[in-house]
Design a binder for this molecule. Structure first.
Ligand SMILES: [Zn+2]
Length: 216
């Protein structure tokens, strides 16, 4: 199978927008793809938006963005919407998209998958599509207790250096989450190994995404 690439030419950098509801969503869902993009397109710019980053989780989000994207972070927007209540503050969340995110012109957007079992995740996915109507959007997956894994359509194979770094950075950045029974290296490695198997990744590991629309 041939690979598509995100080459936008030499005149400007690749602009990538990463949207996540909670501190750790971006990193779990597309941390490996971000590390790979940074390796492939060292000049890329990353616009990093977390809608619920409160207290210790704000510091964790800040630290993780630095570990994953380093100096490529061009925008770091950390909001304080209450975890679990985003659909009930929908108008305020939509205003962030309308007022603060519309100024960003991304070549690629990472967001939550539309059928995610978490209500906050579904809202951010919906607003992503409302706002970025002529953009390439890849929806990432988050393993969770509710069990909502599906059949994704886009795969990003990851070398050992990258998938190990992703897991290391996750464990280093989000210490407050370690009390959750699933927040451990095995969970993240297991999902990447299964997705790697599905796309015949040379190193055996991959991240997977849902793509609803693609123009070639
Ligand atoms: Zn989340």
């Amino acid at each position: 199978m041939i690979s598509l690439n995100f080459d936008v030419g030499s005149k400007r950098p690749l602009e990538v927008l990463c949207l996540g509801c909670h501190s750790d969503d971006i990193e779990i869902g597309c941390g490996g793809a971000i590390l790979r993009l940074a390796q492939q397109y060292p000049d890329c710019n990353l616009h990093w938006v977390v809608f619920s980053a409160i207290g210790v989780r704000e510091n964790e989000a800040r630290r993780a963005a630095k570990l994953f994207a380093e100096s490529r972070v061009k925008t770091l927007l950390l909001k304080t919407f209450e975890d679990g209540f985003m659909p009930y503050a929908g108008a305020e969340v939509k205003r962030v998209f309308e007022k603060e995110l519309k100024q960003i012109h991304p070549d690629l957007v990472f967001t939550h998958q539309g059928k995610d079992a978490h209500q906050d995740h579904r809202l951010i996915s919906e607003l992503t599509w409302n706002t970025f109507r002529d953009h390439m959007i890849l929806e990432y997956e988050i393993p969770k207790y509710d069990g909502d894994l599906g059949r994704p359509s886009v795969f990003v194979p990851l070398g050992e250096d990258i998938y190990q770094k992703k897991v290391r950075c996750l464990m280093e950045s989000f210490k407050s989450q370690r009390t959750k029974h699933w927040f451990e290296p095995e969970t993240f490695l297991a999902l990447m190994r299964l997705r790697g198997m599905e796309c015949n990744a040379p190193g055996g590991y991959a991240e997977a995404f849902y793509c609803r629309k693609l123009v070639i």
